[in-house]
Design a protein around this ligand. Structure first.
Ligand SMILES: [Zn+2]
Length: 267
């Protein structure tokens, strides 16, 4: 018990990190453990096709490749800490849900409902940047370490008990996702989304556009991942736009016309 408490305190104290070199959290839970944990969660997703109807990777190879190409532009931006270590692979879930989520270690899941809802590719890039930031900044792993302790989480990463993966998956995915990212994690993911996109052709405040679209559609009372906590969408839009001004990046749409072709590939 004493050991676990010490670990939790250590993680809390040393939760930040710099871009270069190992971070304190790496000594407790290695980046490769994030990947192992993400693989366990992916297996759990595969085992539940009714709840997570993934698009078949062969049948829908074009659509998945299109989305992966979008992700690759962020992954290759030079802005990520774990671009080499993590498995930044996109998956598409065929359900009319306005949500996306990232597993520890970089696997990302986008619902067809979200892709179809967004009019411009830049808007989806904003959401993608936000999700990649949750993985690369290791927000969910930090939260899980606090909630469960390092031994339990290492056991989950090793797949010692499938119930552990089921428990964690329920917390980061689905309508009743109960892992609440902290207010600061959400603000951090929004801010990093701007940083990542500033190194691409896309407008860097796409995440703000996404919140505005949700707001104008009267959908901000729903509980997708990105709305799991305060701050309010209006404040987040302002913060994202302030960050874009600070970075000095483009807020003009790039909006490739091929986004409509991508949407047409979806079932
Ligand atoms: Zn989020």
């Amino acid at each position: 018990m004493r050991k676990l408490t010490t670990v939790v305190v250590l993680i809390s104290l040393l939760s930040a990190g710099c871009k270069d070199g190992p971070k304190p959290i790496d000594l407790v839970f290695a980046p490769s453990d994030d990947v192992a944990l993400g693989n366990q969660l992916h297996d759990e997703i595969l085992a539940n096709p009714e709840e997570y109807p993934l698009l078949d990777e062969t049948e829908h190879a074009d659509a998945i490749a299109y989305l992966q190409n979008m992700a690759d532009q962020i992954i290759e931006s030079g802005e990520l800490d774990y671009a080499e270590t993590f498995d930044y692979k996109v998956h598409i879930i065929d359900a009319d849900v306005l949500n996306a989520f990232a597993a520890p270690g970089g696997k990302m899941y986008f619902y067809t409902g979200l892709i179809k809802f967004l009019e411009k590719e830049d808007d989806l890039m904003g959401v993608m940047g936000h999700e990649i930031a949750h993985a690369d900044r290791r927000h969910s792993v930090r939260q899980m370490l606090e909630n469960y302790g390092v031994q339990w989480l290492l056991s989950a990463a090793l797949g010692e008990d499938p119930n552990q993966a089921a428990t964690l998956l329920a917390q980061i995915a689905g309508a009743g996702a109960s892992l609440k990212f902290s207010r600061s994690d959400e603000a951090d993911a929004d801010s990093y989304s701007v940083e990542y996109l500033s190194q691409t052709s896309y407008r860097c405040d796409g995440a703000a556009i996404f919140f505005q679209k949700l707001d104008s559609a009267g959908l901000t009372s729903s509980t997708p991942e990105f709305l799991s906590t305060h701050p309010s969408p209006e404040n987040r839009v302002q913060d994202i736009q302030a960050k874009a001004a600070e970075v000095g990046c483009s807020t003009e749409y790039f909006a490739p016309a091929s986004y409509n072709d991508f949407k047409a590939m979806l079932p």
